[in-house]
Design a protein around this ligand. Sequence first.
Ligand SMILES: NC(=O)c1ccc[n+]([C@@H]2O[C@H](COP(=O)([O-])OP(=O)(O)OC[C@H]3O[C@@H](n4cnc5c(N)ncnc54)[C@H](OP(=O)(O)O)[C@@H]3O)[C@@H](O)[C@H]2O)c1
Length: 260
Amino acid sequence: MTQADIRVAVAGARGKMGTTTIAALRSAKGVTYAGGLVRFSASTSGVEFDDLRRLIAHARPQVLVDFTHFPASKDIALAAIDAGVRPVIGTSGYGAPDIEALRAACSRTGVGCVFAPNFAIGAVLMMKFSAEAARHFHHVEIVEMHEAGKKDAPSGTAMATARRLASERAAAKLAPFGRAPTALVRADGARGAEMDGIGVHSLRLPGVVSHQEVAFGGDGETLRIAHDSASRASFMAGVLIAVRAARDLKDFVDGLERLL
Ligand SMILES: NC(=O)c1ccc[n+]([C@@H]2O[C@H](COP(=O)([O-])OP(=O)(O)OC[C@H]3O[C@@H](n4cnc5c(N)ncnc54)[C@H](OP(=O)(O)O)[C@@H]3O)[C@@H](O)[C@H]2O)c1
């Protein structure tokens, strides 16, 4: 460790994303893994804590990467902001009011926060390219696929994409998205959920890490923009970008795109 290293703690340190993040922090330059937040600490290693205040007091992190579960994640992030520690949040399950609560906490305290529904660079570009397409197509459906054990649906990426596409059309003063009606639905949910006029379909299967396709339909044509994460390593470049940006951040950043 050098003087300039960023001290980073990880909430959800024993989870799948938490352990991958700790390994990435340990092999990256300019950052130091300072300690982990776990639900129940049986550790005697001295770097894991089951209480955020004790973690902050002992590990003195500047940035806290959060890969836990919602709503615990929101409580952790708001408490971190109040303690002057900048959260980098990857946990999914946040709704629009929860995101606004984070934004308000940042403006009240001047402590920044990065909220990133997806840290994979390709997924960020998928959302950006989809936003461009949203200005040209009136019909769109989102299909996302994640591991069978994922606790929430739709995925944070799918919800962020739907919000982004709808606001893109609103900003361009275009009619909201329309959904083709189905006269006879033989099984509930066959057309998926609806968010901002967009059909959202969540598939849960063993063996999958993360996949999303944004399918646009026009007269006689379709445009499909898809992204796959084949392993959790795909998220680590984005996590490190967010951590490095977060150290001196004073406001709320919604999505990784602004930091690329
Ligand atoms: N933004 C992205 O790019 C991205 C990528 C992948 C995943 N994710 C999201 O990241 C989150 C974590 O995913 P994962 O696959 O790592 O899940 P996971 O394996 O279930 O890990 C979550 C960890 O958080 C712990 N935890 C839950 N509540 C806690 C609390 N109050 N205090 C401390 N620790 C707590 C869990 O402990 P217990 O086991 O005791 O419950 C578990 O160890 C999910 O919301 C997922 O959708 C985001």
